[in-house]
Design a protein around this ligand. Structure first.
Ligand code: CAA
Length: 257
């Protein structure tokens, strides 16, 4: 039984996960984060799920970690906090994640956005790392992923002042790949997810893995890694199917083998 997530899988292989704690602007308390990690673990094992959309509500994607819950933690509490393990499981999810962002994506909410492979945002979305205003700093990758997403100057400004940026600024900086009208954000994210879900699953998985690797290695190692993954795919049935379907001018039928 899910408390803080609404989920649904469409016939085209897209699992949509909606964060649902509207009374706290979807603040990511530990129970919600655990549910999200569990749901993604299940989705990883389910071959019917080929891409995932994560969304929130109209006012907030997620307003960060739950500040009331954080208030109860002392040094030992933070040291023994299980949350980093949940974040690690979200980060290890091997299928594509598309974030559909309306309203606030702050603190842990912005960090969750940065766990997505593709970010689609409503024109009214706001992105920020306001932790400095609470006397803390981002703790779920905010400094490390933001600097890679938007560059040092803007990342430093956001983390050091805590001031959010507009969706337009996030789009211009590369954090977001498309802007939409508010009522179309989820639909557009689901369209993109469906288009990914129609591709060969093993190729999609390798592509995500190789893209992510580029942020953790230098160019020569990244190129070698890419070539290994490219070579590996030569052993798949879907590679033959994709090429044959092109030659025969028909739609490929991928089987994930
Ligand atoms: N944790 C817990 N509750 C939260 C919350 C949060 N992060 N954000 C909002 N809420 C609650 C509010 O307390 C309020 O509850 P009540 O009605 O019971 O008082 C309700 O959600 C609605 O919020 P507001 O009345 O504040 O709504 P607003 O429109 O006036 O302001 C906002 C919206 C600017 C997002 C404001 O709520 C806000 O600043 N929230 C906190 C954002 C923040 O600092 N996030 C970082 C958290 S730390 C973190 O994430 C650490 C990490 O990286 C791991």
């Amino acid at each position: 039984m899910l408390n803080f997530l609404l989920t649904g899988t469409s016939s085209n292989g897209v699992l949509t996960i909606q964060l649902h704690r509207p009374e706290a602007l979807n603040a990511l308390n530990t129970a919600l984060l655990r549910e999200l990690a569990d749901t993604l673990d299940n989705a990883a094992a389910d071959s019917a799920v080929r891409a995932v959309v994560i969304t929130g509500g109209s006012r907030a994607f997620a307003a960060g970690a739950d500040i009331r819950e954080m208030a109860d933690l002392d040094l030992l509490g933070v040291m023994n906090d299980p949350r980093p393990q949940y974040w690690a499981r979200i980060s290890a999810f091997a299928k594509p994640i598309i974030a559909a962002v309306n309203g606030f994506a702050l603190g842990g909410g912005c960090e969750l956005v940065m766990h997505a492979d593709i970010v689609i945002a409503s024109r009214d979305a706001r992105f920020g790392q306001p932790e400095i205003k609470l006397g803390i700093i981002p703790g779920a990758g905010g400094t490390q992923r933001l600097i890679r997403a938007v560059g040092r100057s803007l990342a430093s400004q956001m983390v050091l002042t805590g001031e959010p940026i507009t969706a337009q600024r996030a789009y211009d900086a590369g954090l977001v790949s498309e802007l939409t009208e508010p009522e179309l954000t989820l639909e557009r994210a689901q369209q993109i997810a469906a288009s990914i879900a129609a591709q060969a699953p093993l190729a999609v998985r390798q592509a995500k893995d190789v893209l992510l690797r580029s942020q953790e290695t230098h160019l020569a190692a990244g190129l070698a890694y890419e070539r290994k993954a490219f070579t590996l795919l030569a052993a798949t049935e879907d590679r033959n199917e994709g090429i044959q379907a092109f030659i025969e001018k028909r739609r490929p039928e991928y089987k994930g083998r």
